[in-house]
Design a protein around this ligand. Structure first.
Ligand SMILES: Cc1ncc(COP(=O)(O)O)c(C=O)c1O
Length: 415
């Protein structure tokens, strides 16, 4: 894909005028076209009311196209395998609350998960008495070494491997994990794999058919640069009957009456969807997903990795800076992470935004700063971040620098 595509993406993203925005892993900057798609649907609701035939036809059309686009985005899934969710975490919870887990089972996860992956695993242990097994992953592990850790940790677990919960890209290390090999190993042991795809949708080509993964949860608002508050969950068709809906309403019933007769819905993915969802958000996410698919997932990923290599070279030359995201090509992504000796990452992040309008985030686990390098970012964005870090090192960070976030935004683990 030519640079013109990335320039067009950037030109259509107003936040890029004022900011060097490198925080798509938190929430991506929106394109005007996405904003307009949301606006158009809001306008239709304003002018025609949400329940007129015209508005309802539009709503059903958008929802159908949304399932179809999300199916393509995860790699050839049928629209009947796509549930509309509010975010990644809701998708993860549908599986962890709906799959039957007993005290003899093991839930396998990693030490580089987001709270949205590890906390549901711990809740499963609280509720069922199952074992939670944590695979140690290091940012500089090759794909093969990460795989070896999975095999040996799963092998040492006491329970039967029931479910592996993992991020295909870790939010804290930026590392791509070898999904297909993990799926093959898990299936060999009779378990299922649930992917937290918060950092992958809109960033890399996803292929649920090729990997054979069982469940895959994604959001709209991160690398897809869609609106906040929407997502999708892929459930492999034959597994839908196995996962009961934890929250239920009319669509979770195949039939019922008011005399006590009731038949649960087992086969349809819509059993996980409650009542009203936001059609404007569907319209915006659909636009964003189609833009990403037209841009070419492979090309987006390659450009993000190219920027990561550039950042590694540029930041690698700064004294007191250590690059902590993967150096291995097999695990490299658009997430670039570094630490600065003797400087708290939260302060460096605050300085970047306050001094240079560089928008990124810090990661508490590694005291690191994380740049999300998307295809529309440029080498100049990376240079600006690097120069600002150099200044922070030479001049120091003022005590009164404005924090990048309001307090407690990241909950128990902090930023
Ligand atoms: C790996 C990972 N999982 C889950 C989440 C939460 O995503 P969502 O807001 O879509 O539930 C995040 C957000 O930062 C994330 O990075």
């Amino acid at each position: 894909m030519s640079n013109e595509r990335w320039q067009a993406w950037r030109d259509d993203t107003p936040a890029m005028v004022e900011y060097a925005y490198m925080n798509s892993g938190f929430s991506g900057p929106k394109r005007r076209a996405t904003h307009e798609a949301v606006q158009q649907r809001l306008d239709l609701e304003l002018m025609h009311g949400s329940t007129t035939r015209r508005a309802l036809d539009d709503r059903f059309d958008l929802a159908g196209r949304y399932r179809e686009a999300m199916g393509r985005l995860v790699g050839g899934a049928s629209p009947d395998e796509i549930a509309i969710t509010g975010n990644t975490t809701e998708g993860i919870n549908i599986i962890t609350n709906g799959l039957e887990v007993t005290s003899g089972d093991s839930i396998v996860t990693t030490n580089v998960e987001h709270g949205s992956g590890i906390v549901p695993a711990y809740y499963l242990r609280e509720r069922t008495g199952c074992e939670v097994v944590i695979v140690p992953i290091h940012a500089q592990d090759s794909a093969g070494q990460a795989m070896e850790s999975f095999v040996s940790t799963m092998g040492a677990a006491e329970g039967n491997t029931k479910l592996v919960i993992l991020s295909e890209i870790s939010y804290s290390t930026g590392q791509l994990l070898p999904l297909k090999a993990i799926v093959d190993e898990t299936h060999r042991r009779g378990g299922y794999v649930l992917v937290d795809g918060a950092q992958t949708a809109g960033h890399i080509p996803i292929d649920v058919r090729e990997s054979g993964v069982d469940f895959y949860a994604i959001p709209s608002h991160k690398w897809l640069c869609g609106p906040d508050g929407l997502g999708a969950l892929y459930v492999r068709e034959e597994l839908i009957p196995l996962v009961a809906p934890a929250k239920v309403a009319g669509r979770s019933a195949a039939s019922y009456d008011f005399e006590g007769n009731f038949e649960p819905e087992r086969e349809r993915i819509t059993k996980y969807e409650l009542t009203t969802t936001s059609t404007p958000l569907i319209a915006g996410t659909l636009e964003a997903a189609e833009w990403f698919l037209d841009s070419g997932p492979e090309a987006v990923f390659e450009r993000a990795r190219e920027l990561n290599r550039y950042a590694e070279g540029r930041f690698g030359r700064i004294e007191r800076v250590s690059v902590v995201s993967p150096h291995h090509e097999s695990t490299r992504t658009g997430l670039f992470c570094f630490t600065v000796d003797d400087l708290p990452a939260g302060d460096v992040n605050a300085f970047l935004q306050a001094e240079a309008r560089v928008v990124c985030r810090s990661v508490a686990e590694f005291n690191s700063v994380r740049l999300s390098l998307h295809a529309f970012n440029t080498e100049a964005d990376v240079d600006l971040a690097a120069e600002t870090v150099e200044r922070a090192i030479v001049e120091g960070i003022p005590d009164d620098v404005e924090p990048a976030y309001p307090p407690a935004i990241f909950g128990a683990r902090g930023a």
